[in-house]
Design a protein around this ligand. Sequence first.
Ligand SMILES: [Mg+2]
Length: 238
Amino acid sequence: MKTQIMLDLETLGTLPGSVLVAIGAVKFDGEKITDEFYVRIDAASCAKLGLQMDTETVLWWLQQADGPRLEITKPAVGLAEALYNFSAWVGDDEAEMWGNGAAFDNVLLAGAYRAAGQKPPWEFWHDRCYRTMKNLYPQVTMQREGVHHHALDDARAQARHLMAIFRRAKFAPVEQLVKTLADVSGYLSAMRTDLRKIDEHGETWALQTLRYAEGAKEYTDKAYKILDAHDELSAAGG
Ligand SMILES: [Mg+2]
């Protein structure tokens, strides 16, 4: 498995070429977060390199809670230094970069690298979209911890959520089996009703078929229990 990185930016715009004010990121494997990165960026240093701010995003920040809003006004480093440090943290191994949206974190960060005349520390074919994954698995909910809109807290929460989605995805064939068994069970239950009617007329084969039907029901219940246990495990791990 390549190095997996979840990225979260705080920005003063939503388009490529926007000012960045913080980069939060975590490395993770299939089960846990293994490393963390956080840097606050001086907005003026971004503007000097030609990055833009948009009014709507600035107004949005003004409406946020004190915690995340004041966080982005604390002492910060220049964009070039922040990007250099991020590249050093990513390292030389190939990394898959997860962002929240196909056109957000990764694209804005790559834009900042371009503005600073530096090369992004990941290849464009290793761009990965967490927003797509969470939409494919809406049944796996995010357990939010920390401060919402603090780049590092967001990156941690998103990475944990994505790992829970991976576990769920692994379990998908079993879920399919449970659904199939549930269909079979429904069918057999209708059959059972009909067979009871026949049995009233003394047909012994009907009794035998009934026993098969009860067996199928028992296996379906077992499969449901497996699925429930997995859900509990995912929730605990997520
Ligand atoms: Mg964020």
